[in-house]
Design a protein around this ligand. Sequence first.
Ligand code: GAP
Length: 490
Amino acid sequence: MSIQSENTFQAIISHAKEYGFVFPSSEIYDGLSAVYDYGPYGSELKKNIRDYWWKSMTQMHENIVGIDAAIFMHPTIWKASGHVDNFSDPMIDNKDSNKRYRVDHLIEAKADQLTAAGKSEEAATLIATMEALLAAEDFGGLKKLIEDHKIVCSVSGTGNWTDVRQFNLMFSTEFGAVSDNEEDNKVYLRPETAQGIFVNFLNVQKTARMKIPFGIAQTGKAFRNEIVARQFIFRMREFEQMEMQFFVRPGTEGTWYQYWKEERLKWHLSLGLPATKYRYHDHVKLAHYAKEACDIEYEFPFGFKEVEGIHSRSDFDLTQHQQYSKKKQQYFDNDIDESTGKPYGNYVPYVVETSIGLDRMFLLLLSNAYEEEVLTKEDGTTDTRVVLHLPAKLAPVKLAVLPLTKKDGLPELAQQLMRECKPYFHCFYEEKDAIGKRYRRQDAIGTPFCVTIDHQTKEDGTVTIRYRDSMLQERVAMSALKDLVMKEIF
Ligand code: GAP
């Protein structure tokens, strides 16, 4: 990342904290690595993104319905899905102390030591090399890196290491009364929401009387003990996914995969996000379940990175669940197959999945929205305003209602406008400080419209509306305001 991009990214992180979007989790206890809390404006923005996704998936597609499955699921589900055996990252043991380390933690600790000793460049090279080796799954190379840097175990003090082996990314906990055999009680915190959809496939199909092709959508928390947990909310250990599994007739999955690939990019662009910042990245190395897969990537300040995955998962998951649960996961298709003149009959459907990280979408929006805009004043001097150009429909606050003064009946008129508008969209009321200062605070949280109630309002019922992006101001009838805002945010 260039120094300028690094500075922009750091400014976004600081801004997110200062204006109540994102706080480090457990901050008064020095935080918890890769876990974050959303503040007043952050939780509102996150909810708006979730709602926009949910509406576009369910309400706008008559053949997609939603569910809300539990986070805890039967442990065999993760065996069937392949996550117990395949969802892993590298680790290493010290032969003298028998202490086990995650390879990235060990190397990061060494990098911290180098930084503390004033060798920041060497530390950065070490981290970059580690990340390249992790991406290439070069376990021999990772062990050599540990040995070359003479990294030792903090307990034994020796560099007597085993080979690097895989480490499962799933968090586990105990369920119910503890028995002697810990494995009996072990449950996992779901690493993807998708499995809650797969195991409910028949419940949903029957109760909602769905006909193939149809989809099931879900939003919810997922947990991964991530190996490289950096870059703010880009890679978290507790995060939220918005997933949709689309169940199709075998043989049609290629067409549906293309359809959803295009449809999902259109969803991003429907928010007014720039097409030039997006690209597809087709997977070469496929996940254990995937037949075909691609990422929708966005150009974050730290480069093009995945924000959403489209996966053609074949009948892998349903077939696995059929095998492990010994319950048929089949659909009876009574449409006529033209080649045989008979119904398609029973089959296990194929699945095309769309999976987007809510937190990552949040970061994308913040990255795209953040601007330190230099303004030239009338006297030729300059000033900087920090503004979030968030899509109006997603902004945490849609309308700020600002009486020019605290007297002369202006607050009463402003409160009247608040009462008219707040049942329809999120409004914010403020009468303290100079109007310019109040505008700037709203710019900083991305409020698309500010309205000022002044003495003229008392005379002719008009107010000044000020647009966030252009900063243009115009007088409109106070009675027209609600519809004006509604038109922009719908
Ligand atoms: N069900 C398929 C699945 O989970 P994935 O590519 O592993 O696929 C889908 O994850 C999306 O979830 C990613 O594109 C990303 O947006 C988000 N995601 C994955 N791991 C994440 C993490 N540790 N922190 C934040 N978001 C994450």
